[in-house]
Design a protein around this ligand. Sequence first.
Ligand code: FHN
Length: 470
Amino acid sequence: MLLKQNTFIFSVIKSVLLTVKKKRNMRIIYILSFFLIMGFRLSAQEKNMIDPALKTPPEIMNQFMDMRFGMFIHWGPVTLRGTEIGWSRGHEVATEDYDNLYKEFNPVLFDASAWVKTAKNAGMKYLIITSKHHDGFCLWPSEYTDYDIMATPFKKDIVGALAKACKKEGIRFGIYFTILDWHDRNYPLHNDGKGISEDGNMEKFRSTIKNQLKELVTKYDPYLIWFDGGWEEPWTDEMGREIYTYLKSLKKDLIINNRLGKEMTGISNKNADYSKMVGDFDTPEQRIGNINMDFPWESCITMGTQWSWKPNDKLKSLKECLQTLVKTASGNGNLLFNIGPMPDGRIEQRQIDCLVQMGAWLKKYGESIYGTRGGPYLPNEAYSSTRKGNKVFVHLFETDKTEIILPALPGVNVQKATLMNGGEVGFKKTDDFYKISLPAVLPDSICNVLVLQINREAIEIPVIENTSIP
Ligand code: FHN
């Protein structure tokens, strides 16, 4: 009887232990499978993102965003036809003709230091040249193609000359590099409406661009690489991340824009997922980007109507150029302002004249642009603002007003209100508004700067969405 009882107890204990053991095993199995799945997920996630340790650190990006104003240069043999670089190949200009323009490309009046000095005098802090655009022509001597500057009658390294001149003038040097290359047979697309070509070989193509990027980084030590043309089907974000990681192995602090991947606000101003971007800053194109106080951005905009030189092109007025710069800064972005030099190597005098006048304005009002951050007032037709330290700079676009009314800044005491280069102004505060009376004659005929000196750090003020006056 006792034995029976004991056997029963043992079997109960055994099954309990077994259950516990089974449960423990199950728990171990659950825990193991959890970590396994997490591992998979993590590796997938890690695979879908750039190693944070490689990302360009905030202090480097802040230094870049302090610059606020850069020169973009689109140039190449296409200027001999005055049509749009890359896009006119096989369209306005027959492919055969386009691809042989390099044989006539001889910009004997090209003077790198003159270009860089023009940028510097304009108040620009960095300069980016199209080393290779979608037509595949390389403005530097490349080991990996014969379709480069050494095949032209000119035979001088354009990228190298600009890198040297920038270093001499203390201007940061950047390189534009297209991912897509409609001229390269290994790249499966040729902008000819014929779709993916069988003889494409992305493996070979990717090793060519990797080798060329190594050439550019090791030979010219750029501050920044401005990628473009990653929107076509043969290119993937994965490939973009691989290039980002590779470039960071060549130069740790190299700044790289977000066009190595597909996620961007770009031309269409679409709502982008910044966590998916492959690169350090967003690149709104041909428009002023939306205010963004968290993710760095830079608008690239043409002075004319196309990127490369066009004879007798319609250029933006000085007022439009200055307002574009000021409104971009007030949205917390940089302006990369594009010029297209002529086929003989000179920058058109009209473009230089406009840049000189922008520089003259920045010599007087640069404190309200360089090193500032956007807001708190959102840009509108009458004004926009930037801020730095305990100052808010309000850029006034109307020069015929003797009074301006601004929404009061929450939790702020305005200690002093002055006009840059213009002295004290009348200042009255009501609960919700500031009433500022301006002198009949304002210091500047295009854009004046009202400075509100306040009792706290201006960056702490939330962005004022609604600037409309009742
Ligand atoms: O196709 C290019 C264009 O030619 C120009 O280079 C601009 C500059 O940002 N990016 C592309 C269009 O998005």
